[in-house]
Design a protein around this ligand. Structure first.
Ligand code: FE
Length: 186
C-alpha cells in the first residue's frame, strides 16, 4: 500500500471515529427548546453559588451537561432553528438570570450555534483560555456557567469581528415588548 493512501485511510477512520463519538455524546441528552419568558427577570446578586446537586435539580439534564460540565449542544438543532426565528429581545443566563446578550448583537455566522458579536453587559460575560490554550471559553460571570467559546478575527462583517459561539440551551430569551396597537389607527 502506498504511504499516501495509508495516511488517507487513517484520516478517514479517525474522522469517522470522531463523528461517532460526538454523536454518542449528544444523543444521550435530547435537545429541548430554548427557555423563553415574557417577564424580564430580576438581576441576581453576584456571585450566584450553588452545590452541584442544587444545579442538577434546577437545570434540565441538557442544560446541566452544558452549563456545569462544559458540554456542547448539537449544532443546527431545534434550539438554533428557534434562535434564528427570534426577533428583538434579550438573552439571559438560564441558570442565574443574569443579562448576557442583546438581539441587537446577534448575527448569522452559519456555524450552527447562536452567534453574537459582543456582550451587551460585558460584566456578566467572562472569557478565559481553555486549559490546552486552543480556544477561549465564555462563561457567565455571575454563576460560572459554561456558555460557549469566543473566536476572534474570522473576517465576519461585524463591528468587533468576534464570534461569541453560544449554546442556546443555556440561554433564556425574553422578547422585547411590542408597542400597544392603537385601535383607532389602521
Ligand atoms: Fe449565570
Amino acid at each position: 500500500m502506498k504511504p499516501s493512501f495509508r495516511v488517507l485511510l487513517v484520516l478517514l477512520a479517525s474522522g469517522l471515529l470522531a463523528s461517532l463519538l460526538i454523536h454518542a455524546q449528544t444523543a444521550k441528552s435530547p435537545q429541548q427548546p430554548m427557555e423563553t419568558s415574557t417577564q424580564t427577570p430580576a438581576q441576581p446578586e453576584k456571585p450566584v453559588k450553588k452545590s452541584d446537586d442544587a444545579w442538577r435539580k434546577q437545570l434540565t439534564p441538557e442544560q446541566y451537561r452544558i452549563a456545569r460540565k462544559g458540554g456542547t449542544e448539537r449544532p443546527n438543532g431545534q434550539v438554533y432553528q428557534q434562535f434564528k426565528k427570534q426577533g428583538a429581545g434579550t438573552y439571559f443566563c438560564a441558570g442565574c438570570d443574569a443579562e448576557l446578550f442583546s438581539s441587537k448583537v446577534k448575527f448569522d455566522s452559519h456555524c450552527g450555534w447562536p452567534s453574537f458579536y459582543d456582550p451587551s453587559h460585558a460584566q456578566n460575560v467572562k472569557a478565559l483560555p481553555d486549559p490546552d490554550g486552543s480556544r477561549t471559553e465564555v462563561k457567565c460571570a455571575v454563576c460560572d456557567a459554561h456558555l460557549g467559546h469566543v473566536f476572534l478575527g474570522e473576517g465576519f462583517n461585524t463591528p468587533t469581528d468576534k464570534r461569541y459561539c453560544i449554546n442556546g440551551t443555556v440561554l433564556k430569551f425574553v422578547p422585547a415588548p411590542t408597542p400597544e396597537k392603537d385601535p383607532q389607527k389602521k
